[in-house]
Design a protein around this ligand. Structure first.
Ligand code: SF4
Length: 460
């Protein structure tokens, strides 16, 4: 809510604590936080009006993201039911809502590692469930890992070793525009990219020293993987051939995978058919496992934008469970587990449809993802969002609090896991707008709730 007459909310924050680093107009090694590739070679330019540009980087996703930041972010005010408020007043209202809630959901969860840590602490204070706006894709990958295990590979390994890429049913550059640049940079290796169950990604067809081809683009992914899995396990293709040519094609692909020095399989859970993406990922891992009996291959899983991968990792190391976990309050009812993970029960869409929550805390500190449209009008909401989200948080039937927050890597420092979950990448502020971080807001809410709880325990 940009309102020049509003109280100056951001003056109340302490940038030293959240730490915008000095950024004097230009920086050639800035790290982009807008997709999990976390490219760290960006030549970023800061305008006098706090706008940002990266003219030398050919990335549509980055260019679009940067258009959402300007000088008006400095006067973006918190709001209660659409009326500008001070940060203290908004926090007080948010704490009151959390104190009353019995089944709060922390949704979206688009933040960095520090934000995830603070949200987990807050969830433990108020008994919340945590899910991500990319929860369906994350859960599919997690379920497959739990059921089958996995042979992972990393960006570095793909870049230095993979002479064959098998891209399964996705278009990597659509959501990760510099994917091919990242895997080819600094190497002159000749590669082959087989797009299986999809067309050739147009960005791949422009690569040097790379042969791209597509096979079985229109096949059902479930049929394709079932037959491929059988062939990888040694079944005779002629016994599986139904006249479509699928088994024969997959037999020749399997032979090609075994010939390769190192084959990298690339999947993107968000691009797979829901609700059974986990079955597809599990089947693909079975194939890769079979390949590894005699050759070398690994899987690179694309996804986890908006901090989703980082929040999932952080929650797992703190609690032992990934997202879609409910954290009980210390004074829980007898028989209630302290932590309860269920990828189906704690899915945001299901919780909203079944009206099983009585408060939504929505976190979107990167892209301006609005709270789910199916949030009903009687459930209060607290939205911690980048300033670009402000105009989307309008008055509703139930109390609605909006607090603008810093984007890690734009307004504050931070850390995120890279797409292959093997590297934690530091982010550095690119401009000087002192918005509070998700971590600082969550910590203040935790302190406020603890103080309220202590008051209620104090003897009269
Ligand atoms: S590919 Fe991703 S990380 Fe790299 S510049 Fe584009 S949006 Fe940023």
């Amino acid at each position: 809510m940009h309102d020049s007459n509003a109280p100056a909310p951001n003056a109340q924050t302490t940038p030293a604590a959240d730490g915008p680093a000095p950024f004097d107009g230009a920086r050639s090694d800035w790290t982009c936080p807008f997709c999990p590739l976390l490219c760290d070679d960006i030549d970023a330019r800061l305008g006098g009006d706090e706008t940002l540009a990266a003219p030398a980087t050919r990335c549509t996703r980055l260019a679009l993201a940067l258009t959402r930041y300007d000088a008006s972010d400095n006067v973006c005010s918190p709001a209660i039911d659409g009326t500008p408020a001070t940060l203290d007043a908004a926090l007080d209202e948010a704490a009151a809502l959390l104190a009353q809630a019995r089944r709060p959901l922390f949704g979206g969860c688009a933040t960095d590692i520090a934000g995830a840590r603070a949200l987990y602490t807050l969830a433990a204070v108020c008994g919340a469930t945590l899910d991500s706006l990319h929860g369906d894709a994350l859960s599919a990958a997690t379920l497959a890992l739990q059921d089958r295990g996995a042979f992972f590979t990393t960006l570095s390994e793909v870049r230095s070793r993979a002479d064959l890429l098998v891209v399964f049913a996705c278009e990597p550059s659509a959501r990760h525009p510099r994917f091919y640049e990242r895997i080819a940079s600094g190497t002159g290796m000749a590669r082959e990219i087989c797009f299986v169950g999809c067309e050739i990604d147009p960005a791949a067809s422009r690569l040097d020293k790379t042969r791209a081809r597509s096979m079985l683009a229109d096949a059902s992914p479930h049929d394709l993987l079932a037959i491929w899995s059988a062939i990888a396990e040694g079944r005779k293709p002629d016994l599986l051939e139904d006249g479509s040519g699928m088994a024969t094609t997959l037999a020749s692909l399997t032979a090609r995978v075994h010939e390769a020095r190192y084959a990298a399989f690339v999947i993107e859970p968000a691009a797979l058919t829901q609700p059974h993406a986990a079955l597809l990922i599990e089947a693909l891992h079975r194939i890769v496992k079979a390949v590894n009996r005699t050759s070398r291959a690994g899987v690179l899983t694309l996804g986890g934008a908006d901090g989703a991968l980082s929040v999932n990792q952080t929650l797992t190391w703190l609690s032992g469970f990934p997202l879609r976990t409910r954290v009980s309050k210390p004074g829980r009812l007898p028989g209630t587990p302290p932590l309860d993970h269920d990828p189906y029960r704690y899915r945001t869409a299901r919780l909203l449809a079944a009206r099983e929550i009585d408060l939504l805390l929505w976190i979107a500190s990167f892209e301006p993802h609005a709270p789910p449209a199916d949030l009903d009008d009687v459930t209060p909401a607290i939205v911690l969002g980048a300033p670009a989200l402000a105009s989307a948080v309008t008055p509703r039937g139930a109390k609605t609090v909006y607090i603008p927050v810093a984007t890690p890597g734009i307004d504050c420092d931070g850390h995120l896991f890279r797409v292959d979950a093997s590297v934690v990448v530091p982010l550095h502020a690119a401009r000087h707008i002192a918005l509070p971080t998700v971590a600082s807001i969550a910590a203040r809410l935790s302190d406020d709730l603890a103080a309220r709880a202590a008051l209620t325990r104090r003897p009269a």
